[in-house]
Write a protein that binds this ligand. Sequence first.
Ligand code: AMP
Length: 418
Amino acid sequence: MNEFAGLNLAQPILRAIADEGYTEPTPIQAKSIAPLLAGRDLLGVAQTGTGKTAAFVLPLLHRLAEGKSRAISGRPQALILAPTRELAGQIADSLRSYGRHMRLRSAVVFGGASIRPQINALNRGVHILVATPGRLLDLMNQRHLHLDAVETFILDEADRMLDMGFIHDVKKIAAKVPSSRQTVLFSATMPKAVQGLAGGLLRDPVRIEVAPAATTAEKVEQHVLFVTKEKKRALLGDLMLNKDIERVLIFTRTKRGADRVAKHLDQQGIRTDAIHGNKSQNARQRALRGFRNGHIRALVATDIAARGIDVDGVTHVINFELPHEPDSYVHRIGRTARGGASGIAISFCDREERALLRDIERTIRQDVPVNADHPYHAEDIANDPGHARRAPARNRKRPAQRRRGNSQRGGRPTHRAA
Ligand code: AMP
């Protein structure tokens, strides 16, 4: 028996869930759905990959189905804010999938795309609007959109929204939504700024937390490869000879870096594309489609562009460069452990990145096992602590791993033997 049945969701929603092949709610779904159906505000700490989208979408669809009100031109009844167009698009896809047996209308609006079709969609009337903050405000200022009918206000990836500088926009938007609304805020992390925002928006929220950073990190088989900056591209080319790397997301810190890496792989005959903020919306969607359907084996991305990318079956994540924020490391490697799957994350670390690695290990409360079994291994970098040693990380969950040569855990090789 399907365990969703006990959650009192409407039949068309249960059918759509069955169509998706889900047999049981994920932990965040199991905890969120009942309070949301009861109309409570909710503060959810959960990362992508935990099933958080369905956790807020399913109760929303249920409530709208029960309400049976018709879609009104320019006046949505539910508003979902997301930091990036990719995430907004994916939430809209989820709405379509889970709502496929219902007659609810939704639309998605984001910047970087022509505004006219978005205005037309709003004019036709929508129950649910998914939006990025900037475009939403544009549409409001142009009076194509009014938020006075919004009953459910959802903010997804609030931490990223603030990172991207949307705090004022979000506050402006929230002020236009009736205060009698239900408010839901999801965030992967809960820094002070997000707590402050949540405090101002939510009323007596249920607080739900799943999969703290360390847990996500533990599902992923991680390796660090010490290599000089100059040899990183050669090392990447070498790794890509391994056929087990079927679908790989490669992270760089900068847009230019992403383009350079993509070009290099392309020249080696590897089907590659890059996705970052300088690419047109069309180019990004094309890249994502290609990655999803397997035409593209390697997708090179910057952190912001990769937010919310929802692609199952990513076998590997490669950190060509380590992120400055340890949380980004957790987000990145979480891309290869979606929907309960496991995956492999390989990080390149040059001399300047030693300190970043140390911060990451402290955050995930484990040492990343070193793989020295490759032709570009730089022993001097491995032995260099990078900066003055700080106090060792406390509360380590596991004894420190051996610092060298313990590459192949779990029988899945990260690359061919050198
Ligand atoms: P999210 O955290 O919302 O990005 O979802 C991560 C992935 O989990 C998506 O690919 C969903 O299709 C999938 N998913 C969501 N809920 C379930 C479930 N109950 N059972 C299996 N997969 C799920």
